[in-house]
Ligand binder design. Structure first.
Ligand SMILES: [Zn+2]
Length: 357
């Protein structure tokens, strides 16, 4: 099934198109911006235009475009966070099959999906498979394109260093036929070495007009109709806030968002008891998914806080918020590696209250 078309982002599309026509499109790109604005969809659009065989790429009519829209083009590899695979390490073929299965599932959902769970990751075997496949010539197009969504999820895992280094090499010395497009809504959590090897492009929120066009897509409106989303179009546009992907996120994401806000408010007020209670309620329950979700939501809120402080010229608040981001990212990494949640909670509480209050 073809995925829902890309809506909006006309300025960036024109910019990419011009660069591609003139042969100056950077081979390693980082699309960053808020969660839910369509960064991965934009990356897939760009990938399609790189494999399309016509001058007016992406033409949406050639066989390359058809494969790309069905997420079955052999020269486009789209990786994104997945649940941790059961069993041990996977070899090249297993990782490739898993990625194809995940893509087929996404195609089945018309390319519409919510935010990944906090415990999902892009695991070592997948990264290794991508790097190895980059040495192989394209199967049918002139280019190979790698799209890695939520790329910061490549780092928070044990044994990842080797894979990360191999990936850096891919970013640094891509073959002439290879493009790598990373996306991230938590750019602060990306390895600095990855950031420095990519050309960063900010993907802004969509205008209300473009959000409306996306909502009017019959498939989108059908999918949203089955979810707990306000029925009125105007309410949906307002709720999306320029990031319609948010409407696709689950009840779990909403809960994580609420818990993160509670944590942030308590930490700002120096209310240790509430901070500890909130962290413990999530962490000590042993449910790593929700805990990581909350920490991720907290990272996003702290990034926003730092950004707004910078805009106001309030350096002190900005610095405090970015220190708190570091503390939360540390906790996320430790939670990922199964560190005792009580220990983690106490440490995070101290870090948050001392940096923010
Ligand atoms: Zn085409």
């Amino acid at each position: 099934m073809p995925i829902v078309p890309l809506y909006g982002h006309m300025v960036l599309r024109e910019r990419f198109e011009r660069a591609r026509r003139h042969g100056v499109l950077p081979q390693s790109l980082l699309l960053h911006g808020p969660h839910g604005v369509g960064k991965q969809r934009l990356a897939l659009w760009l990938a399609q235009s790189l494999v399309c065989e016509r001058a007016d790429a992406p033409c949406d009519r050639c066989r390359h475009c058809d494969y790309a829209r069905r997420l079955t083009h052999p020269d486009i590899k789209w990786a994104f966070p997945q649940p941790r695979p059961k069993g041990g390490d996977r070899d090249f073929d297993e990782a490739k099959r898993d990625l194809e299965a995940a893509n087929a599932e996404r195609a089945n959902d018309h390319g519409l999906y919510g935010a990944p769970s906090g415990s999902d990751g892009i695991f070592v075997a997948t990264v290794r498979m991508l790097v190895m496949s980059a040495a192989i010539s394209p199967a049918m197009a002139r280019h190979k394109v790698y799209v890695v969504g939520d790329a910061e999820r490549m780092v928070a895992q044990e044994g990842a260093e080797q894979a990360a280094n191999a990936f850096l090499k891919l970013l640094e010395e891509p073959l002439a036929d290879t493009f790598v497009i990373l996306t991230s809504s938590a750019v602060g959590a990306l390895l600095p070495t990855i950031r420095s090897r990519t050309v960063a492009v900010r993907v802004p929120p969509l205008s209300a007009h473009d959000v409306g066009a996306f909502l009017d897509d019959p498939i989108v409106s059908d999918v949203l109709g089955k979810r707990k989303v306000p029925p009125l179009r105007a309410d949906r546009v307002a709720l999306a806030g320029g990031a319609p992907g948010r409407l696709l996120s689950s009840a779990e994401a909403d809960a994580a968002n609420r818990a993160a806000q509670l944590l942030l408010d308590a930490a700002l007020g120096g209310d240790r008891a509430t901070v500890l209670r909130t962290v413990l309620a999530q962490g000590a329950a042993g449910a790593r998914g929700p805990f990581s979700d909350t920490l991720e939501a907290l990272t996003l809120k702290l990034h926003a806080r730092a950004r707004h402080a910078v805009e106001r010229g309030d350096a002190r608040t900005a610095l405090a918020a970015s220190r708190a981001v570091d503390a939360v990212e540390d906790a996320r990494l430790l939670a990922f590696n199964n560190i005792n949640p009580q220990l983690l909670s106490a440490r995070l509480m101290n870090d948050l209250v001392s940096t923010l209050a």
